[in-house]
Design a protein around this ligand. Structure first.
Ligand code: FO1
Length: 333
C-alpha cells in the first residue's frame, strides 16, 4: 500500500467516473478532488441537469445504472412516459414536454434539488457538494466552473433525429441535442465552448498544489476540452507537466463509449492513443496506454512524454484497482 496523496482528477462522464471508482477500490485513502466538465449541462423540462457531475456521483455511490453508464439503477420512467399527453398540444418551437432526454423518476429528485438550490442563490459548487454528501461520496466533487459554459456543436450535414426533428447543415445545437437526440451519429463541423474564455475556473489552486493531476480517460475534445478552454488551466498544468498523468480514452483506435474516435478524425487528429497524446503533449508528462497499443509507446515518448503500458479497460475490480495504483505510482512522491 502506497502513502496517501493529494490527487486532482480532471473528469468528464463515464470513463472518468470509472477511474474515480477505481481510485476508491485501491487500498490507499488518497484525498481526491474531481474537477468535472459542465459543458454538457442542460435545462430539461425546466430542470438544471449536470450529466457528468451526476455520473461521477452516482458511480462513486454505486448507484449508477451499469448498462447505460448514466442515471440510476432500478429506475422507473413514469413521469417521462406521462409527457406523451402534452406532446400533441405543445407549440412548435416549445421545449416543454421534452421526450427525448430521459430523466428517470428517481434521478429527477437530484435535478429538482439542484434547480431549487440554484434558484435560492446557491452556487453550482455548493449544490454539488450537498448532492455528493447526500450520496455519501467520500471525494470532493467540484464543477469545473460556476460560470455558464456551454458546449455547442455545429453540424457538417443536414440531419434528422430518430424522433423526426430536422436539422440543417451549419446549424449550431446544444451538446445534448447532438449527443442524445442525434445519438452523435452525425458529422460535426465545429465545436464551441461558449462562455469558457470569460469563465472563472474552479480548483486552479488544487490543480497547482495537488501531488498528482490525472486527466481521466475522457473525451479529449468535448469532456476535457471545455476545462482546458478556461483561462489559466493549461498554464497551470504546463507549469507542473511532469506530475500530470493522462489515461488514453482511445484503445486500439476506438473509444469504449461515445463519439471520441469519430470526433478526433473529424477534427484532423489521429484516432489513436498517439493522436490523444499529441493533444496533451504540452500539459502532460506521463501518458498511460492500453496493452493493445504498446507499439505506439516510442512515438509517444518522442513527444517528450513518459509512456506507461498497462490494462486500461476497467472491466473487473482487479484491473481497475491495478490501473489506479499504476497511475498514482507513476509520479514519485
Ligand atoms: N444519455 C443518453 O444517451 N440518453 C439519455 O436520454 C440521457 C439522459 C440523461 C439524463 C441524466 C444524466 O445525468 C445523463 C443522461 N445521459 C443520457 C447521459 C449524458 O447525455 C452523457 O453522459 C453526457 O453528457 C456525455 O458525457
Amino acid at each position: 500500500m502506497s502513502a496517501a496523496r493529494e490527487v486532482a482528477v480532471i473528469a468528464g462522464g463515464v470513463g472518468a467516473a470509472r477511474f474515480l471508482r477505481a481510485m476508491r477500490l485501491s487500498d490507499t485513502n488518497h484525498a481526491v478532488t474531481a474537477l468535472v466538465n459542465t459543458g454538457d449541462d442542460t435545462v430539461v423540462n425546466g430542470l438544471h441537469v449536470s450529466p457528468d457531475i451526476d455520473t461521477v456521483i452516482y458511480t462513486l455511490a454505486n448507484a449508477i445504472d451499469p448498462e447505460r453508464g448514466w442515471g440510476l439503477s432500478d429506475e422507473t420512467w413514469v413521469t417521462m412516459q406521462s409527457h406523451a399527453r402534452y406532446v400533441g398540444v405543445r407549440p412548435r418551437r416549445s421545449t416543454a414536454a421534452n421526450d427525448w432526454f430521459n430523466l428517470g423518476d428517481r434521478d429527477m429528485a437530484t435535478h429538482l434539488y439542484r434547480t431549487t438550490r440554484l434558484a435560492e442563490g446557491a452556487s453550482l459548487t455548493e449544490v454539488t457538494r450537498e448532492i455528493a454528501q447526500a450520496w455519501n461520496v467520500p471525494y470532493t466533487i467540484v464543477p469545473m466552473t460556476d460560470s455558464r459554459v456551454e458546449t455547442r456543436v455545429t453540424l457538417a450535414d443536414d440531419a434528422i433525429s430518430p424522433d423526426g426533428h430536422r436539422y440543417e447543415r451549419g446549424e449550431t445545437i446544444s451538446f445534448q441535442e447532438y449527443f442524445v437526440r442525434l445519438r452523435h451519429a452525425v458529422a460535426v463541423a465545429a465545436l464551441q465552448f461558449a462562455g469558457a474564455a470569460a469563465a472563472t475556473p474552479n480548483g486552479l489552486d488544487t490543480l497547482a498544489a495537488a501531488d498528482i493531476v490525472v486527466i481521466a480517460p475522457s473525451n479529449p475534445l468535448v469532456s476535457i476540452g471545455p476545462v482546458r478552454a478556461m483561462p489559466g488551466v493549461d498554464a497551470t498544468l504546463t507549469a507542473r507537466r511532469n506530475s500530470v498523468v493522462a489515461i488514453s480514452p482511445i484503445i486500439g483506435g476506438a473509444a469504449l463509449k461515445g463519439p471520441a474516435d469519430r470526433l478526433l478524425r473529424e477534427f484532423g487528429h489521429e484516432s489513436s492513443a498517439l493522436g490523444v497524446a499529441r493533444i496533451y503533449a504540452d500539459i502532460c508528462g506521463v501518458f498511460v496506454i492500453d496493452e493493445v497499443d504498446a507499439h505506439l509507446c516510442s512515438a509517444i515518448e518522442q513527444l517528450g512524454m513518459r509512456c506507461i503500458v498497462t490494462s486500461t479497460v476497467m472491466k473487473t475490480d482487479t484491473v481497475a484497482r491495478a490501473l489506479a495504483a499504476t497511475v498514482i505510482g507513476a509520479v514519485t512522491p
